[in-house]
Design a protein around this ligand. Structure first.
Ligand code: 5IU
Length: 261
């Protein structure tokens, strides 16, 4: 299965161009760490991007939490992504009908389609959401969508049936779908798809709002995550650079270990 295949081999199989490139970045930089840059000032995001850029494959944003968003910020962030060779993921979790998401994706203040490499979306509205996002892609950009098949939070309503139907939905959209967000190892049967798994900290724990955390090793080996998302575990630590290195090293070792099982 994909779990015993190298990211290099999976790059050859991936049908989505962004997924292909991402697999190669991961192997080149030896990192499967995605940073959730959940801070509210552009300077803070840029500082994280500059200092942690070498250790991450993806920097994940929530642009709607930024208080001083502006176009120069995007230019700078793009520049840092190029300099340190990581990808940008806007974790917008689109969830409306196709026509509306096409507008939300390309218009408004954030013009997400103009700068992001990767995007998250719910499968809830049906495949029209993928058609809508595809219709609003800027023509210079490739796009890799991660559909939410499962969530990390306690009591979420994404049932097994829903997760399975999400996997069915992906099949007709292999050009624009890079993978899924998930918490269990057996949903993906196409090794070209990438599993992103949030809810990672150095110690098993949670937060006050139902978030559930597992260790890097558990995320990679038991949950089948290819990429682990870490936010507060890094950004709220005293020394984000050292802690990010620790996550990167443990996540990568877990991936290498998984190949040999
Ligand atoms: N995120 C989750 N769980 C999910 C999905 C997304 O935590 O199931 I889908 C996002 C939310 C946040 C990041 O931006 O991943 C996790 O941040 P912390 O490591 O700070 O909990």
């Amino acid at each position: 299965s994909r779990l015993q295949m190298s990211f290099t081999k999976r790059a050859d199989i991936a049908k989505n161009e962004v997924a292909k490139t991402l697999f190669k970045i991961m192997e080149l930089k030896k990192t499967n760490l995605c940073l959730a840059a959940d801070v509210t000032k552009t300077d803070e995001i840029l500082n994280l991007a500059e200092s942690l850029g070498p250790y991450i494959c993806v920097l994940k944003t929530h642009v709607d939490i930024i208080e001083d968003f502006n176009d120069d910020f995007i230019k700078s962030l793009k520049g840092l992504a190029e300099k340190h060779n990581f990808m940008l993921m806007e974790d917008r979790k689109f969830a409306d009908i196709g026509n509306t998401v096409s507008l939300q994706f390309s218009k408004g203040v954030y013009k997400i389609s103009e700068w992001t490499d990767l995007l998250t979306a719910h499968s809830l509205p049906g495949s029209g959401i993928l058609k809508g996002l595809k219709s609003a892609m800027s023509n210079k950009n490739q796009l890799g969508i991660f559909l939410l098949a499962e969530m990390s939070s306690e009591g979420n309503l994404l049932s097994k049936e829903y997760s399975g139907q999400t996997m069915d939905m992906i099949k007709d959209f292999s050009d624009i779908v890079a993978g899924i967000v998930a918490q269990t190892p057996n949903l993906i049967d196409d090794a070209g798809l990438i599993q992103l798994s949030p809810g990672c900290r150095l110690e098993e724990s949670g937060d006050d709002f139902g978030q559930k955390y597992n260790t890097p090793e558990y995320i990679i080996n038991e949950k089948g995550g290819d990429i682990a998302v870490v936010g507060r575990g890094i950004i709220e630590s005293k020394n984000p650079v050292e802690v990010a290195k620790t996550y990167r090293d443990r996540l990568w070792a877990a991936y290498e270990n998984r190949l040999n099982i």
